[in-house]
Ligand binder design. Structure first.
Ligand SMILES: Cc1cc2nc3c(=O)[nH]c(=O)nc-3n(C[C@H](O)[C@H](O)[C@H](O)COP(=O)(O)O)c2cc1C
Length: 195
């Protein structure tokens, strides 16, 4: 299995409007693959303007926020390419698309790092941060995965939150749990409507 790094990807359209989304970048030799599902704004932007920035942040609220409709995070311009990166990040890469492998579901954009910078020290691992990332991914697949799988994983991830979360992780978790609550309600309503 290739190594995948979970980052905040910013892309820009032809007009220079920046879009932000969490994506996993897949390591392939010296290149990093961005693989956006169809349809997505990230995919459209990469076709219009084949560059992206990957912001590596320890603030998991950005991941949870982006998948719960909170997409406004402070950005700053990039030195080497058009677009922006997260103002608050540990480091960032600026990426240039060098090759595209088309796919019906998920095209793969192979990118070279054309510029990289470090902005602040990395403060170490935290289990609650990992739990937030896992739940954020799960919430993007609520309609696709069996409900029992979601509930079982949630039970396990809650342990790391209760033992190790700080205020940022708790806030991120609460946003994701609002989404989970809405999903549970929708399933309940659907079942009630059918009975
Ligand atoms: C940690 C994490 C990793 C993700 N990785 C991917 C990915 O590799 N490809 C993808 O299409 N979506 C991924 N997603 C889901 C996207 O962030 C989400 O679907 C997003 O809205 C992309 O669509 P957009 O470009 O239209 O905003 C990921 C979400 C999270 C929380």
């Amino acid at each position: 299995m290739p190594r995948i790094v979970e980052t905040i990807v910013t892309t820009a359209n032809a007009k220079g409007e920046v879009h932000i989304a969490p994506l996993g970048l897949i390591e392939e030799g010296a290149r990093w693959i961005i693989a956006p599902f169809k349809p997505s704004k990230t995919l459209d932007n990469l076709r219009e303007n084949p560059f992206a920035a990957a912001s590596h942040t320890d603030d998991v609220r950005v991941f949870a926020g982006c998948v719960t409709g909170r997409k406004t995070w402070p950005l700053v311009p990039l030195p080497a390419i058009k677009g922006g990166r997260l103002a608050d990040c540990v480091s960032h890469w600026e990426l240039k698309v060098e090759n595209v492998v088309e796919d019906q579901r998920r095209p793969r954009f192979a990118c070279a790092i054309v510029h990289r910078e470090t902005h602040k020290p990395w403060e170490g691992f935290n289990r609650a941060q990992a739990a937030v990332l896992e739940l954020a991914v799960l919430t993007t697949r609520l309609g696709m995965l069996p409900p029992e799988k979601i509930e079982n994983e949630l039970k396990y991830l809650e342990i790391a939150i209760s033992k190790t979360a700080g205020p940022r992780e708790e806030e991120a978790w609460s946003w994701l749990m609002e989404k989970i609550a809405a999903w549970r309600q929708a399933m309940f309503d659907e079942a009630a409507g059918k009975s």
